[in-house]
Design a protein around this ligand. Sequence first.
Ligand SMILES: [Ca+2]
Ligand SMILES: [Ca+2]
Ligand SMILES: [Ca+2]
Length: 459
Amino acid sequence: MIKQKLFAILFIGSLLFFYACRKADEVYIEKDAEWLSGGKQTFFDVTNSGFDHIFNGLTEREEENHEIGDAAFDAVFVTAPAPLNAGLGPIYNNVSCSGCHVNDGRGKPPVAGEKLSSMLFRISIPGANPHGGPNPVPGFGGQFHPRAIAGKLAEGDIDIQYMAVFGQYADGSKYALRQPFYTIKNNYTTLPSNVMLSPRIAPQVFGLGLLEAISDADIMNRADENDKDGDGISGKYNVVYDVLTNSYRLGRFGWKAGQPSLLQQSAGAYNEDMGITSFVFPLESSFGQPQYDGLNDEYEVSDSILHAVAFYMQTLGVPARRNAYDAEVLNGKKIFNAIQCAACHVPEQRTKVDVTFPSRSNQKIFPYTDLLLHNMGSGLADNRPEFLADGYEWRTPALWGIGLTKKINGHEYFLHDGRARNLEEAILWHGGEAENSNIKFRNLSLSERKALLKFLESL
Ligand SMILES: [Ca+2]
Ligand SMILES: [Ca+2]
Ligand SMILES: [Ca+2]
């Protein structure tokens, strides 16, 4: 009896051992496989927390920092004075980071009658500021603020109208897109007639630490501004102002790659989106306007919280692909490459070796972006420059995780202004350097189009 039991235990034990070794082998063989979109920082969670996973391999201190940043990302700011999270506004777009980057995912345009909340508008007049960036609008600054705390004036509202645009595939099936039109109304003071508006949806924010870890050289080497190789695609990199070092650096973040680092992007968000000052941007966004409170108070977010939020942005992992080896998905991948989607949405990158930040060092990742600017045609143009990006250019967005948008954000509004109501519409808006890809897409058969969409959904 005892002998039998012992045998059973040994037998099961050796089975487990065998299985564990096989598992380890598989992981070893699968290392760098393309379904592990974030390399070592890939996570297997298809619930609505799928974009909110802390990097593997952080130190205890780093994990703590990430958690502090996570809480701060959700913190709701209120009118000063208050014991906690005071200093909102006086003019602002939203009260928390996660109010726009919902579940670390993306925002959406308002439906008719709704107020702007997870979408914002950059504004400027022709010319440039002293650092070569957008030229602020007198009385309004560089961003439109539709909200204000009690007793202060919001800058106004923005009315959004959509016009249907009709088109047809080569196989005869028809589609309708929606082109947005924006009008500023109820502005609190006179608006110059030459204001340029740039609508922007809050993008997904996971995996950004890995994108920050791609070397400048790798990004710049892919640029082909004068299309020397003649493939019709001429990526260009942005060069933007770095406030902390008072120098110019490669632009990487934002829809036009107008921000050099996650720290500056986060500090900018506090300042412009929420009206929260910090050591990076010590002046209120309302400075010089009648809503300015005139107080030279302390920074409304401390250095340590700002650093923790930036660190949180640097250490969110990436969801693994689903059904990556499904036959239809594999066919879709072939089509993705064949119709030149991969020329801009570059599937594979490698992060640089960084001994000071081992958790994101030297990883093979699959973000599907070149982080370069491309002319996307007049249909998508905002006609508003940002540093070297002109009014037609947008930075290729990463496509990793895009198939989970519906699950995690409850909608499928894509592109910089959320005009696309699904992945198919996002493709159909591609123009300029991507016009050829779009034409090839419209020439596909229904089953080929379906396969391509299935592939995108697997990312
Ligand atoms: Ca404030
Ligand atoms: Ca403003
Ligand atoms: Ca080229």
